[in-house]
Design a protein around this ligand. Structure first.
Ligand code: S3P
Length: 449
């Protein structure tokens, strides 16, 4: 079943060269945060280029349920009249975050230091995912969580009446955990400190500073120590959401493995906490260049140009790079299947608790398509076939947008078509995927009904 409806099977046929410009949608992480921080500011935040994928739309609905005025002006332009830090109202209905771990975890953090209660739920994928990693630090602020076993949704948070600030060392490399704690810290008096051993995406820190919060990051022997001063008055902002590097990964990787391709993906943020895939592809010998390097809104940005790369080599992906490309391992494994030699990916336990168990989902589908994959708890190896992958499989997407898109890209470059049982989840992050890839030369087909 797709996130919000009946399953929609889709088949990708082997195709000719891809060419053209792929304008991918806005960044999902920044889109969620724009709506949430807009709701916490006093006055009107204006957003351009918001990702209008289901995950972000669900966060917008949630912000309205907590009292913000969230209005779609059209074509990615949105306006949010915020209620101010500490101004959240108690929602009247259950908050349904659909498929989105980012949405639910950030929103739970945001409301956990207000004296209100809210019940959260999601789809079958989200309701399997671990929430204890967030409810545990939120309990240190004085919030209480009542959920199902193993901290799963549906779950009710009773926010702290008199929140206290916390110092929290995150046991998992997770931007969602870090962000939940920082957002909770907004309505606690004094300094809230989060320590992370490995750098995860830093959009929350950058955007909190942009909205006027006092926040600093110090790199110490303990790791990155992030300190936020609570109870600021957040100032509304005008935000232009950059295009999503995690979505750019799909046309880029497709161009590398479909013979004769030459594709440009413009305006992609190369924030070092997000850009790991592109450096990994270059290490594998990809013909991938960064053109028009520039700085926009304090972030490095470039147009990515990807050309067919027949001489890709398998590599050992540095584990310390994992956090900066955590969402890109599924599509990397597809590229690795076309490379010469083995690609070894280690230190990636987090992949097992994403929208699906991404190691398992990809391993099963790749094997069905003729690729040898070995895997263990926190690692997997893909044995590249040096150019030709049989394909001819139907793969399960497990309610996971990135799994569905990865297998469709596989089908574009394999010897025989690859189908997914459900392409519906793609709408959570990349609603124009089918049209955009079709415009470059992909041949997708829906079964006759
Ligand atoms: C995200 C953080 C990552 C990532 C997700 C988006 C975010 O999750 O996988 O797609 O916006 O903070 P984790 O925090 O679980 O690593």
């Amino acid at each position: 079943m797709s996130a919000h409806g009946e399953p929609t099977p889709l088949t990708a046929h082997p195709c000719g060269p891809l060419s053209g410009t792929a304008e991918v949608p806005g960044d999902k992480s920044i889109s969620h945060r724009s709506l949430i921080l807009g709701a916490m500011a006093v006055g009107e935040t204006k957003i351009e280029g918001l990702l209008e994928g289901q995950d972000v739309l669900d966060t917008g609905k949630a912000m309205a349920a907590f009292g913000a005025d969230v209005v779609r002006l059209g074509g990615g332009a949105w306006s949010v009249h915020g209620v101010g830090v500490g101004g959240f109202a108690e929602p009247e209905q259950v908050i349904d975050c659909g498929n989105s771990g980012t949405g639910v975890r950030l929103i739970m953090g945001t409301m956990a230091t207000s004296p209100i209660a809210a019940t959260f739920t999601g789809d079958a994928s989200l309701n399997k995912r671990p929430m204890g990693r967030v409810t545990e630090p939120l309990s240190l602020f004085g919030a209480q969580a009542y959920g199902r076993s193993m901290g799963r949704l549906p779950l009710t948070i009773v926010g702290a009446k008199d929140a206290v600030p916390v110092r929290y060392e995150s046991p998992v490399p997770s931007a969602q955990v870090k962000s939940a704690v920082l957002l909770a810290g907004l309505n606690a008096p004094g300094e809230t400190v989060v320590i992370e051993k490995e750098a995860t995406r830093d959009h929350s820190e950058r955007m909190l500073a942009g909205f006027g919060a006092k926040i600093s990051t110090e790199v110490t022997d303990e790791g990155r120590v992030i300190t936020l001063t609570g109870q600021p008055e957040l100032k509304p902002q005008t935000i232009t959401v950059p295009r999503d590097p995690s979505s750019a990964a799909f046309p880029v990787c497709a161009a590398l493995i479909v013979e004769g391709s030459d594709v440009v993906v413009p305006g992609i943020g190369l924030n070092p906490t997000r850009a790991g895939l592109f450096y990994t592809l270059q290490d594998m010998g990809a013909d991938l260049t960064f053109e028009n390097m520039r700085d926009e809104g304090g972030e490095p940005m470039a147009d990515l140009r990807a050309k067919y790369s027949p001489n890709l080599k398998g590599i050992d992906v540095p584990p310390e790079r994992a956090a900066s490309m955590i969402d890109e391992y599924p599509i990397l494994s597809v590229v690795a299947a076309f490379a010469e030699g083995v690609t070894r990916m280690h230190g990636v336990k987090e992949l097992r608790v994403k929208e699906s168990d991404r190691i398992d989902a990809m391993a099963v589908g790749l094997r069905a398509a003729g690729v040898t994959v070995d895997d263990g708890e926190d690692w997997w190896h893909v044995h590249g076939r040096g150019g030709s992958v049989p394909g001819g499989a139907t793969c399960e997407s497990h309610l996971d947008h990135r799994i569905a898109m990865s297998f469709l890209i596989l089908g574009m470059a394999a010897d025989a078509p690859v189908s997914v049982d459900d392409a519906g989840p793609i709408a959570t992050s990349f609603p124009i995927f089918e049209d955009l890839m079709g415009g470059l030369g992909a041949r997708f087909e829906r079964p006759a009904t």
